[in-house]
Design a protein around this ligand. Structure first.
Ligand SMILES: Cc1cc2nc3c(=O)[nH]c(=O)nc-3n(C[C@H](O)[C@H](O)[C@H](O)COP(=O)(O)OP(=O)(O)OC[C@H]3O[C@@H](n4cnc5c(N)ncnc54)[C@H](O)[C@@H]3O)c2cc1C
Length: 112
């Protein structure tokens, strides 16, 4: 853009850093939960949180990737368009976000 890569823009650098940090937190959380599950602990609540959070984070990442690629990111020929569509499933498949929230609300006692 105007003779320089978009990665030269501080906004883009910060956005990618932010997403990378969020991804790192979730990955670490998942590893800890997997270890607890392996040790025989009931990790239903944590797995539900992970499923909900991962679905939302991947949608955010896919959306930003597409945005940073501009018009070419939107066309079907580019991986970003496929990535955007495919990852949309994470918040639906295997139980929609709302189902995860329903499970969590019940486990946390946020019910009337
Ligand atoms: C590409 C693909 C592959 C799949 N592969 C498999 C597979 O291999 N095995 C398998 O068993 N299934 C598979 N599925 C099915 C998948 O698990 C279901 O689509 C998923 O569980 C959601 O169910 P549903 O489509 O019936 O949506 P519904 O349950 O009808 O939900 C529709 C929408 O209603 C809303 N909603 C749902 N429940 C609530 C609630 N309690 N409160 C508020 N809003 C709510 C949500 O916004 C939700 O997205 C696949 C689906 C797709 C698209």
């Amino acid at each position: 853009m105007f003779g320089e890569p978009i990665l030269a823009k501080q906004y883009v650098q910060f956005k990618l850093t932010e997403l990378s940090a969020e991804l790192d937190m979730l990955r670490t959380y998942n590893h800890v939960i997997a270890e607890r599950y392996e040790a025989g602990e009931d990790t239903t609540r944590q797995a539900t949180i992970a499923k909900l959070t991962a679905g939302r984070l991947i949608r955010k990442i896919a959306d930003e990737c597409l945005q940073f690629h501009g018009g070419i990111g939107y066309v079907e020929e580019n991986w970003t368009a496929r990535f955007f569509r495919d990852n949309r499933l994470t918040s639906i498949g295997g139980g929609a976000d709302e189902v995860m929230l329903q499970v969590l609300a019940r486990l946390d006692g946020f019910t009337a």
